[in-house]
Design a protein around this ligand. Structure first.
Ligand code: AMP
Ligand code: MG
Length: 482
């Protein structure tokens, strides 16, 4: 019985400009920590007959599957607004696996050793951050938000040096591709139109075949990405997700969330929430995410200028107008998303005030974002005196009045809310708790948390403990020194 890998490595067939051919650097003593069996089966892969030793070799890159052809991809990026040449400095793409239904997925090892793009880094990753990416990416998938996935984590058996010595680890990341805004920036910076056209054609073939025959492929691609990224950031806002490092190299052309570094879900509602210790200016704060999405899309548009029109001035004009469509699209999608969260059908002008007044109340009272919506669905983990507040009671009256105008039944309204308001999110204190245990070889809490996060919209008996926000007032911070 074979595992079922089917590699067909189209990206590695592009010219040297796009990638370096390189193998993962073997590790001392790999040990499998976690394997995502449900994802494996979605990928038509079967690991059930492979023993743990062999799995450890496979997911550390010590033993590469037949048909793989590993590469480090070149890319650039605006990091906190500054342009830099980057590339896979600690990751290799081992190949593109094709499922039986002909879907193609990048299989990437993150933490796999030095490459031509490592700059001063060691090419390695630590266990905590790799498990963190596993938890949060799988939680995003459970929330029905486009994301890269996590197939496995192994410990390398080697320590890596950060502020202290940490256990090394490798994450197997699965993505519909790793083409980023930064990939286009890297190629555009070389100012060779044929290379840019190669990347455009490749991207359209892989992700947007519907515009293959269009008259202005570059412009159509820009419009499609605006839509995808707009949907993505609206989804993040819906569940209170803060990416933390929305650099252009961390924005995919597929529209999947990528690169879970210093990210987190917020508990109390404060639009200025920032978790990342390196984001001193709050550039990537919760409320800035739509603005930054637009900013990143503008950097993408700049790359496409030579392909939008031969006349540069005309191309710039078209691209600018296209980018400026973002706000209106976002506002419309955002308000509809909030309507869904409140179970409102139809459109009423006053909805905007109803929504903003609730958010203002939550902000003033430091209410928990997720649990406020749980309260409105009668599914809060515990009774909270906060909701006895007069302002809230008055708001609630207005909400109920608006609900009564729904032509649809209250059952349908609740269903809409239930589909849009998660009961569980990866609470920061829970994530920290399970990571600490995992670092000491206790994997039970990790597996339990991942199980709960698979189905976040369904009410179950044993989830209370996962719904309650931490009562610690300490400011939560996540670190990028991963
Ligand atoms: P990230 O913060 O993971 O998005 O990474 C930003 C850039 O830094 C990418 O080019 C990474 O490949 C590179 N990088 C991050 N950590 C390391 C490391 N330990 N060694 C080499 N390169 C790294
Ligand atoms: Mg990155």
């Amino acid at each position: 019985m074979t595992i079922g890998w089917h590699f067909n490595n189209t990206y590695s067939k592009l010219s040297d400009t796009f990638r370096e051919e390189i193998k993962p650097v073997p590790v001392n003593n790999p040990e499998l920590v976690i394997l995502n069996k449900s994802l494996a089966s979605e990928l038509d892969l079967n690991f059930s007959n492979i023993n743990k030793d062999e799995l450890s070799k496979i997911f550390s890159g010590n033993s590469l599957p037949n048909g793989s052809n590993s590469i480090a991809q070149a890319y650039a990026g605006h990091q906190f607004g500054h342009f830099t040449m980057l590339g896979d400095g600690r990751a290799v793409l081992i190949g593109e696996h094709t499922t039986k239904s002909n879907k193609k997925y990048d299989i990437q090892f993150k933490g796999s050793g030095k490459t031509a793009f490592s700059r001063n880094g060691d090419g390695r990753a630590a266990l905590g951050p790799m498990l963190r990416e596993y938890i949060i990416s799988e939680a995003m998938n459970g929330l029905n938000i486009p994301t890269t996935r996590s197939l496995a984590v192994v410990k390398t058996g080697e320590n890596i040096q950060r502020e202290t010595a940490l256990q090394g680890a490798i994450l197997t990341r699965v993505a519909s591709s790793h083409i980023r805004v930064g990939t286009f920036q890297y190629i555009a910076a070389r100012q060779k139109k044929d290379e840019l056209k190669t990347l455009l054609d490749y991207t359209i073939n892989r992700h947007y075949p519907e515009i293959k025959n269009s008259n202005n492929q570059a412009l159509d691609l820009l419009n499609l990405l605006i839509d995808r990224q707009c949907n993505l950031v609206v989804n993040w806002m819906r569940v209170g997700f803060i990416h933390g490092v929305m650099n252009t190299d961390n924005m995919t052309i597929s529209g999947e969330t990528i690169d879970y570094g210093p990210c987190a879900f917020k508990d109390t509602y404060d639009p200025k929430t920032v978790f990342s210790s390196i984001d001193q200016m709050g550039r990537y704060a919760y409320c800035n995410q739509p603005v930054i999405t637009k900013w990143n899309l503008a950097r993408f548009a700049e790359c496409l200028i030579p392909l939008i029109d031969k006349d540069q001035d005309k191309a710039v004009k078209i691209a600018t107008e296209t980018i400026n469509s973002f706000e209106k699209k976002y506002e419309e999608k955002w308000i509809n998303m909030m309507r869904d969260k409140l179970g409102l059908f139809g459109l009423e002008d006053k909805d905007k005030f109803l929504i903003l007044d609730l958010l203002t109340w939550m902000h003033e009272k430091k209410a928990d974002y997720t649990n406020t919506f749980c309260h409105l669905m009668d599914l809060a983990p515990k009774k909270d005196k906060l909701f006895d507040d007069n302002d809230f009671i008055n708001w609630r009256k207005r909400w109920e009045e608006r609900l009564s105008k729904n032509n649809d039944s209250s059952k349908k309204s609740l269903e809409l809310m239930r589909n849009n308001n998660p009961l569980v999110i990866p609470r920061n204190h829970k994530v920290e708790e399970v990571l600490k245990a995992a670092e000491k070889n206790n994997l039970k809490p990790l597996n339990q948390l991942i199980e709960i996060l698979k189905d976040p919209y369904t009410q179950k008996n044993d989830i209370d403990d996962y719904q309650i926000a931490s009562n610690s007032n300490e400011k939560y911070q996540t670190f990028c020194g991963t």
